[in-house]
Design a protein. Sequence first.
Length: 242
Amino acid sequence: MAEAYERFRPGYPVELFDMVLAYAGRPVRTALEIGAGTGKATRLLAQSGATVTATDPDRAMLDELRKHVSANVRTVHAAFEEVRPGERYGLVYAAAALHWTNPEGRWSRVAALLEPGGVFASFGGPVRLADPAVEEAVRAARAPFLESDEIPSPDGTPAEQDMQWPGTELQRSDWFTDVQQSVLERRLTMSARDFLGHLSTISAYLVLPAVERDQVFRRIGEVLPETVELAADITVHLARTV
């Protein structure tokens, strides 16, 4: 699975961390990453010169990460809830991983890991087919197995609301202020084969029984053109400690 994540999950643009660093308003020298996976975001921040502590509960993911990161990255095999306060960081961030964390005590744990005035960042978003006709064909193909393959809002925030999760939780938190939400527009092109590979890393498919998973991928593959255009906008949430 780690190799599939590395091969098929899109990386992140430099503009993303430019946005985070501009919001911080000061150099970010140390950062802790929640659920680093194979390091798609880790390597980008490390290139800015920050020392990154990359945490993940999956050892295989961290093994893959270490193949791609620079010397100023330290890996910690642990779920976020297992990271003990001690060292404090200028930035704590999560790249498409925050929904895996336990909501109970989430924000007090994040705040305890941040320096005074430190910054929290969360970013991610669904990768959707840009062509409505192709999207409808794929929806119909997967319908016998899945109604939707997107992650529902963890706190039930409706899609039409301006502020989305986790910004909604951050606004209600006693630990954070100056909550901001931005969207980086992004368009990608993939082969049908790589798009199916990408779907194989999505949790909605991962939890299906193996037989059903094979069936749904075969059905989707039958309706895809050779190349697909994707809308993969990145929603960015930023906040700083009170």
